[in-house]
Design a binder for this molecule. Structure first.
Ligand SMILES: NC(=O)c1ccc[n+]([C@@H]2O[C@H](COP(=O)([O-])OP(=O)(O)OC[C@H]3O[C@@H](n4cnc5c(N)ncnc54)[C@H](OP(=O)(O)O)[C@@H]3O)[C@@H](O)[C@H]2O)c1
Length: 251
């Protein structure tokens, strides 16, 4: 099962899984886009089914998970790839709480709402693999990415806490923290950073490596280093960001 299968990284990964013979079920809101993927898959004799759901509706997300279990049984593999991003500084969203709510609704609460029943059934069966596609913004707290980073960090923290329970029941958990990837999501802030971004294929390659090797956590070395430094020395990180912002740097 792949959430966020209608476009971007999720669609690319869903397509690759179908291409190697998996029976894929994709989730997203856009029924039309999902139906296009299914039509293309059927033309090639590949198996792709879908359920259209807005993960911000946690009741609907839970019902969808149960419908999938009833129809297909507990999945062997769940890729959590549905997500939304908004880049805004505090002053820009202080009076727009719905931005925070929308991000948490899909990146955290919706992800848990759909995954919890599936993970529970996978654990009862004693097998399976859950892959979370997260972001380096969850490792490196950055002005402008507070609501986005926090929504992914919340899901990471939830998954880290249940990973031991799942592992004890035979279910593997992997977290992949990607840097920027050239998709519709990152397009509004494209060219803003002097760092290389992954292509869609490179991001899908990274997800596929995680599916095959089942590592617990994969992230770029610099996210490990910067994240560790920020949490060990938060006052220095505050001073650094404060100096950069005063000098006109807008991350
Ligand atoms: N692009 C990057 O630079 C980057 C970097 C690191 C991590 N990530 C993470 O990787 C994941 C995928 O990103 P992407 O770049 O592939 O994004 P994308 O191209 O915008 O695709 C997002 C996917 O999530 C689905 N989605 C969004 N809101 C949803 C909702 N409320 N309910 C159900 N499905 C929803 C979208 O489908 P519908 O619109 O049809 O619902 C779409 O299939 C996200 O979690 C993102 O945070 C992205």
């Amino acid at each position: 099962m792949v959430t966020g299968a209608s476009r971007g990284i999720g669609r690319q990964v869903a397509w690759r899984l179908a291409a190697v013979g998996a029976r894929v079920v994709g989730l997203a809101r856009g029924a039309d886009r999902l139906a296009e993927v299914r039509a293309r898959a059927r033309e090639r004799g590949l198996s792709f089914d879908f359920r259209a759901v807005d993960l911000r509706d946690s009741d609907a997300a839970g019902r969808t998970a149960h419908a999938i279990i009833d129809t297909f049984g507990p999945p062997d593999l769940v890729i959590c790839c549905a997500g939304h991003s908004i880049h805004r500084y505090l002053a820009e969203y202080a009076e727009r709480f719905h931005d925070v709510f929308r991000l948490a609704g899909v990146n955290y609460l919706g992800a848990v709402a759909v995954l919890a029943p599936l993970a529970d059934q996978m654990a009862r069966r004693g097998a399976g693999h859950i892959v979370s596609v997260s972001t380096t913004a969850a490792d490196v707290p950055t002005p402008g990415w507070s609501a986005y980073g926090a929504s992914h960090a919340a899901f990471d923290a939830w998954l880290d806490a249940v990973a031991g329970e799942l592992r004890a029941a035979g279910v593997a958990v992997s977290s992949l923290h990607l840097p920027r990837v050239a998709t519709a999501m990152s397009a509004p802030t494209a060219g803003r950073y002097p760092v290389p971004e992954l292509t869609l294929n490179q991001a899908a390659d990274a997800v596929c490596r995680v599916i095959v090797r089942r590592p617990r956590l994969v992230r770029p070395w610099w996210a490990t280093a910067a994240g560790g430094a920020v949490h060990a020395l938060p006052h220095l990180a505050d001073r650094l960001w404060s100096s950069l912002l005063r000098a006109g740097v807008r991350p």
